[in-house]
Design a protein around this ligand. Structure first.
Ligand code: GTP
Ligand code: SPV
Ligand code: MN
Length: 587
């Protein structure tokens, strides 16, 4: 069994992987509708996908995963290098030669009797200096069909690769699904990715977190750009001018929702409009005009289903109406459609839960898994920005960091300058969510929302951010911090969030244009005034949303210190920022 690819090095590597894994059959993914239809047919026949109501949801399918395989597995995700210091204390490190041997053993004969699909994929628009190419060799049809949504795949990519282009190598096998032997391995030096015993998105759709963040962050460090866990959106002002922002929030903390936000009616009437460029990953580079430009390397949305409704995120829901794969949501057996928590206030009567059993204990169990997802083509999104496929990307005016903080962080603040903004990113905390296995709701440091995704030493990553500021000089975007998740004494969210977050974006926009005033406080610059007009919110709540509680900040400083102490080093510029914060808070 062998294949022929024009690219010499790719051809040699692919045939070596075929020899190693010994598939019974090899299929090259060409990106055609016809091939996709054939694969869907086979997947349905094999029970890997369940066909949904094709009148209501054309081209949509339901996937039920292995119940142990529902999220990213950070304790099974490795950065494999020669020296531990290259991965740093925030990553799980493995000695590259030993892990290589382990991979060789795992993948030996791993595709016996199965078909290997060769997916040539591109992260980024065609014909763009930002874009990069990878191959994923997989024995999972579900992975192929998901990759076809999430990345640009097929013959067109092979054409762009040519005979000597660069590419990232990727191998994936479903294996036995043994969670103890689950491996998500990255070899930054070889630019290689291996995923074994999982079929969950973030573990195995290798173009996503594995390539576009872990491997790309290393390339970005070397080539002086940024690969970040950020959404990209555009705000069109009533005068027609567009301003672009990028925002990094940890997993399941609101990127998809902010990216597709519908402004409150008042602002729509005034002529504001929000359009989406990306909901999870941004690659950012200095352009010839000196500004920082961003592209979204992905081609689809792998979004959190629960919480998504016509009210909370109309555009995301619309995006899932055709050509979408739903994973681990509930099935409405009356009309063969999908359901998840909050899709409707009252759940339909006849539901199978995410495991496929009648959903009877509705008090104590969930219908959909909390990390159930939709995999939807970006082109479906009603508010997709016209520059989604632009090879040059869009110029970023503001970078926003944020997380889930019940008490400490204000609704919004601006950093004093770039380095202070990098400090805010580096010291970010957030309560954990269901997007990764482990306890939910514990606060952990998640710098720049990149804790699970930075492919190299976090200290060097911080130093790289500081260096990017120097490189961009006075054309660097302004940096902000937001928090939609402040709670009152009952534990309820104080801020309505979702579309109302536009009010915060509007202040950010005005700050970028030098048109709004801010007040310097201990932790940053907070708004003197924010447009709360038409919002039912008390003055006490307004005040509380911006309250800086010195006692809590005293504890926060200790927590930041504990995190910084764990790192190999803290760049001097950040030490300085931290010292200045301590002085301002503690006097
Ligand atoms: P990943 O895909 O894991 O990276 O997640 P994400 O950052 O794109 O998060 P997403 O927008 O999918 O939101 C995750 C959860 O947060 C959903 O359950 C949302 O309903 C909820 N959420 C998003 N925005 C807001 C908000 O402004 N306020 C509140 N209270 N919840 C929000
Ligand atoms: C996240 O967890 O940040 C996601 C989903 O966007 S995953 O692709 O699994 O990483
Ligand atoms: Mn994400």
């Amino acid at each position: 069994m062998n294949v022929h690819v024009k690219h010499v090095e790719a051809n040699e590597w692919i045939n070596r992987m075929i020899k190693l894994t010994k598939p019974a059959n090899v299929i090259m993914i060409d990106g055609s509708e016809k091939q996709k239809e054939q694969l869907i047919k086979e997947a349905v026949a094999a029970g890997e996908l369940l066909e949904l109501n094709q009148e209501k949801l054309p081209g949509c399918y339901l996937r039920r995963s292995d119940p142990t395989d529902v999220a990213r597995v950070e304790n099974r995700t490795f950065i494999c290098t020669e020296k531990e210091i290259e991965a740093g204390p925030t990553n799980k490190w493995a000695y590259a030669p030993s892990m290589n041997t382990k991979m060789y053993e795992l993948f030996h004969n791993s595709m016996e009797g199965k078909t290997m699909y060769i997916i040539p994929y591109m992260m980024g628009p065609y014909g763009s200096p930002f874009s990069k190419i990878g191959f994923e060799l997989t024995d999972s049809r579900y992975v192929v069909l998901s990759m076809l949504i999430m990345a640009r795949c097929g013959n067109k990519v092979l054409e762009e690769l040519g005979e000597d282009g660069e590419f990232v190598k990727g191998l994936h096998s479903v294996g036995t699904m043994d969670p103890e032997e689950r491996y998500i391995c990255h070899f930054p030096d070889e630019k290689a990715i291996y995923s074994f015993n999982s079929e969950y998105g973030g573990n195995v759709l290798q173009g996503k977190k594995c390539f576009s963040l872990r491997i790309a962050s290393v390339i970005a460090r070397d080539e002086m750009w940024l690969a970040e866990h950020m959404l990209i959106l555009a705000i069109k002002k009533p005068d027609g001018q567009k301003v672009y922002v990028a925002a990094a929030f940890p997993s399941a903390c609101g990127k998809t929702n902010l990216a597709m936000l519908v402004p409150p009616k008042k602002f729509l009437d005034e002529g504001y409009e929000v359009t989406t460029l990306g909901d999870d990953i941004a690659w950012l580079r200095k352009a010839p005009d000196g500004r920082l430009y961003a592209i979204n390397p992905e081609y689809g949305f792998f979004g959190v289903a629960p919480g998504t409704s016509a009210k909370s995120n109309f555009n995301a829901l619309e995006s899932t109406k055709k050509g979408t794969i739903f994973t681990n949501v509930a099935l409405n057996t009356d009309d063969n459609t999908v359901w998840w928590e909050s899709l409707t206030k009252i759940p339909p009567e006849n539901l199978l839960d995410w495991k496929g059993n009648p959903w009877t204990d509705r008090e104590n169990t969930k219908g959909a898994h909390p990390n159930s997802r939709f995999t939807a083509p970006a082109e479906n999104c009603p508010c997709l920005d016209e520059d989604f496929n632009s090879p040059t990307g869009v110029p970023i005016s503001a970078i926003i960091f944020g997380g889930r903080r019940a008490k400490i962080m204000p609704l919004v603040m601006e950093s004093f300058d770039w380095n202070h903004g990098v400090f805010l990113g580096s010291s970010m905390g957030s309560e954990t969510t269901a997007a990764t296995t482990g306890q939910v709701g514990v606060t952990r440091r998640d710098p720049m929302a990149m804790l699970p995704f930075c492919g190299y030493n976090m200290s060097d990553y911080f130093a790289h951010w500081i260096e990017m500021g120097e490189y961009l000089g006075d054309k660097a975007p302004k940096i902000f911090n937001v928090n939609w998740f402040r709670t009152d004494d009952d534990g309820s969210f104080m801020w309505p969030g979702f579309g109302e977050n536009f009010r915060v974006l509007k202040w950010i926009l005005a700050r970028c244009e030098g048109k709004a005033s801010g007040v310097e406080c201990e932790i940053g610059i907070i708004p003197e005034e924010i447009d709360f007009d038409g919002l039912d919110i008390t003055s006490e709540v307004k005040a509380e949303l911006f309250n800086v509680d010195k006692e809590r900040w005293d504890v926060e400083i200790e927590e930041i210190q504990a995190f910084y102490d764990k790192l190999d080093y803290v760049p001097e510029a950040l030490e300085k920022e931290f010292e200045a914060l301590k002085k301002r808070v503690r006097g």
